[in-house]
Design a binder for this molecule. Structure first.
Ligand code: AMP
Ligand code: FE
Ligand code: FE
Ligand code: ZN
Length: 291
């Protein structure tokens, strides 16, 4: 882990599959003594305004998101930082993804029903509280997992994924994703920069290297599910490629993730590197990076 942790750049709120409101997540950052946090909900910026409003003196809230994208048939979780969360094109693209997530939840529920489990979409949406009172929120598999636990069909969220929801399991339905180039373009045009999330979990190193070289401002090296060896290897990879080694706890709240806010992250100097990269984009298109 990059020591000491001064900034946690990967946090989820109840606008996606986190348990807590943006203000509560920010409060946990304050309690952890952090100087900066980024809210990075899956496919939504719905919670960013609340997080910004909750930021006290001494703690910067960076507007962010974790975008579901795809590159050469591989799903890529793309972290976006310093975006304008009111950018109409960005918001419209995210609304499309949220709508697709709703349809996917419906299809997953249909599969579960055909397996004899009486879950309903209403129940899932109530768990996600994706209806009405919280516009701009993303329903996801963790919400469905919780419904399965309530029905006694799984012992916990992990078990629900193992039995039903993971790729290759009977209720698996893939998610709509943005083509990577489109996602990166949306992020750039809204003033932000892109960082590949937790590459050690789902990407071969050759793909991470290619993405970073061609498209990205950084690589998320410091992630709780990366081994210490992976963390230092991605840190080295980032330095060698001249991109930022980023990090965060991927906090979702108790029962949804095992790591507290601030348990993983970066120093404030890394936040400044990302900010500089975002400003460089604002100043005009970067010189083409050859790959
Ligand atoms: P979705 O975006 O709807 O495909 O759901 C993906 C989210 O589910 C991830 O961001 C994690 O928070 C969570 N997740 C993925 N795999 C598992 C698992 N095996 N056990 C528990 N949670 C998981
Ligand atoms: Fe998640
Ligand atoms: Fe992720
Ligand atoms: Zn995440």
């Amino acid at each position: 882990m990059a020591n000491p942790v001064e900034a946690d750049l990967h946090l989820h709120s109840h606008y996606s599959d986190g348990l807590y409101a943006p203000a509560d997540v920010v409060a946990r950052g304050v309690a952890a003594g952090l100087g900066a946090v980024a809210l990075t909900d899956h496919d939504t910026v719905g919670g960013v305004e609340e997080a910004l409003e909750a930021a006290p003196d001494g703690l910067e809230v960076i507007p962010g998101a974790e975008l579901s994208s795809i590159y050469r048939d591989r799903p890529i979780h793309l972290l976006a930082y310093f975006i304008d969360h009111t950018d109409p094109d960005l918001v419209a693209a995210l609304e499309r993804l949220q709508k697709e997530r709703r349809l996917r939840a419906e299809r997953i529920v249909e599969r579960l029903v055909s397996l004899g489990i009486p879950v309903t979409l209403e129940e899932v949406l109530e768990i996600a509280r994706a209806e009405g009172d919280r516009p701009g929120s993303s329903v996801g598999r963790p919400h469905i997992a919780e419904a399965l636990v309530r029905h006694g069909s799984a012992t916990g969220v992990d078990d629900a994924f193992q039995k039903y929801l993971r790729r290759g399991r009977p209720a698996y339905v893939p998610k709509a994703c943005l083509p990577l180039a489109e996602a990166i373009d949306l992020v750039h045009r809204s003033g932000g920069v892109s960082v590949v999330a937790h590459p050690g979990l789902n990407l071969p190193d050759s793909a991470t290297r290619e993405l970073a070289r061609k498209f990205l401002a950084g690589i998320e090296a410091w992630h709780p599910k990366h081994s210490p060896g992976q963390q230092s290897a991605f840190d080295r990879m980032a330095r060698n490629l001249g991109v930022v080694a980023s990090g965060g706890s991927d906090y979702h709240g108790p029962g949804r993730s095992r790591h507290e806010v601030g348990s993983c992250g970066v120093q404030l100097s890394t936040v400044e590197q990302l900010r500089r990269a975002a400003r460089a984009h604002d100043a005009g298109p970067p010189a083409a990076r050859n790959g």
